[in-house]
Design a binder for this molecule. Structure first.
Ligand code: PRP
Ligand code: MN
Ligand code: MG
Length: 181
């Protein structure tokens, strides 16, 4: 449909809830990294909104870089095969790296990314994810900064897509099954 709201069932996390949570996580990150230079690495494309808002809640200097990986393609299930579409510009050796993600679903993307970054000699590596689906986990991810644990529904909005659409929704909402079934 031409109005993206018509394709949604329930709003799971509102814009206000997202912003309040990101402010809270940013305050923790400011404290935890006091005196350290942090490199935020956003995972394109889903993490753009989280990166934009989380980074603007921070009070400390940070650098921002991007890595583009994809494992979902146009479907609703992870293929498990992670492809690098764009690598980082930065050298990670000796850096305090904080990966910024929109969602941990199966965990396969982050599991792969964490191994990949560790092999580049980071000084420290942590993960911040706005959303996590505990029931969908295929691998456990040690995520220090989690926004919300959510049920195992296919969610879109605030960066999360279905077939590249719905990323521009301000809230996180459940996609109506009629859209993909
Ligand atoms: C989505 C999402 C996470 C990943 C989570 O990205 O943005 O990066 O899947 O799923 P997982 O825990 O099961 O691996 P996607 O591969 O759809 O690419 P995109 O960010 O460009 O939408
Ligand atoms: Mn993604
Ligand atoms: Mg996607």
């Amino acid at each position: 449909s031409s109005h993206l709201g018509d394709d949604l069932t329930t709003v799971l996390v509102t814009e206000k809830q997202i912003q309040d949570k990101l402010a809270e996580l940013a305050a923790r990150i400011d404290d935890d990294y006091a005196g350290k230079d942090v490199l935020l690495v956003g995972v394109l494309k889903g993490a753009v909104m989280v990166m934009a808002d989380l980074s603007r809640h921070l009070r400390s200097h940070v650098e921002i870089d991007w890595m583009a990986v994809s494992s979902y393609g146009a479907g609703t299930k992870s293929s498990g095969v992670v492809q690098i579409r764009k690598d980082l510009d930065s050298d990670l050796s000796g850096r305090h790296v904080l990966i910024v993600e929109d969602i941990i679903d199966s965990g396969l993307t982050l599991s792969w990314l964490i191994d990949n970054f560790r092999s580049r000699g980071v000084a420290s590596l942590e993960v911040c994810a706005l959303l996590r689906k505990p029931e969908a986990a295929k691998v456990e991810i040690d995520c220090k900064y989690v926004g919300f644990d959510i049920p195992n529904d296919f969610v879109v909005g605030y960066g999360l897509d279905y077939a590249e659409r719905y990323r521009n929704l301000r809230d996180v909402a459940v996609l109506a099954p009629h859209v993909y079934s």
